[in-house]
Design a protein around this ligand. Sequence first.
Ligand code: MRU
Length: 367
Amino acid sequence: MQVNGKNFQTIWVHPEDNRIIQVIDQRKLPFEFQIVDLNSSDDAFEAIRNMTVRGAPLIGVTGAYGIYLGLLKSNSSNWQDTLKDLAEYLKTARPTAVNLAILIDEIMIGLLSCPTLETAIELALWEADRLKDREIKWSEAIGEYGCQLIEEISRTNNGRVINILTHCNAGWLACIDWGTATAPIYKAFRKGIPVHVWVDETRPRNQGARLTAWELSHEGVPHTVIPDNAGGHLMQHGLVDLCIVGSDRTTSTGDVANKIGTYLKALAAFDNKVPFYVALPSSTIDFTMEDGISQIPIEQRDGEEVSHLEGELEDGTIAKMRIINPKSPVANYGFDVTPARYVTGLITERGICQANKESIVKLFPER
Ligand code: MRU
């Protein structure tokens, strides 16, 4: 997608040295646009952990490149053991987004059956590139299916502006290109359907205010940033036609883990009969889990994300400041689970289905 009129993706192989993977440093946005190099599996692990890269599909693809970077530095005598350790290590970088484990597991069998370290390195790069391209295709397909929904709502409203509420950043920055929740919006906008996006700021890290708003403005999509608490009020007053959010892990029964605060939006949407859709690729579906609330691991992050805020001062310097009583403890749960009963539908790369086991299995019978 566009950054100052130039096309970017979130991760790529260095054009002059394929032993380096490059990513956009998302911790710096929207104030600075910086590209950083990942030279080792430790760099990939750290980039996922410290949220240089974030968002479920991008975390997964970065993990796959992390395997490649780790193999590059591996010793040829015991590379298979190193590979197994590397996979387990990278999977622990963040706990909630299941894409990380799913993508790493997907490439392990092939890698372990390579005859030599050299062939394993070659295959690891090929696989990481393949997974990256597949995520792009899946995001675009999600965009096409979701766009049909927006088109339908627009038709029944005689072409007036359709207001879509989204939470966190499930945009192209969270993926490779297009995004999940934003893909239908970008598709609809490019088709000339009038849309406007309510962007939840998404405390504590403000991925909505910092990242989604930045993305949408570079694409020229009309949007308004709102405090996290405003969505319910907007829904009560008929100012939201549709909610679309992403997911970090969805169970085989349709329970959706996503950024903290998603559940409250789903409750407000349910009470106000606003359709609440979750856009996700199948790499986010955990077919081993049936109950989201008891089974999905919820990340707890550093309390400083709650006690402090980062922003740009008038003179352009970036500053971090404490915003709460210094003696008060804080809690920082990164995600919550929206039970399937509050989800109107799942927008996947194979089409839209209901958030229940029967519908999900119908779309993905092989799983
Ligand atoms: O903590 P983050 O920024 O990695 O959380 C990201 C989200 O919750 C996104 O909404 C989710 O990954 C969907 S991404 C397409």
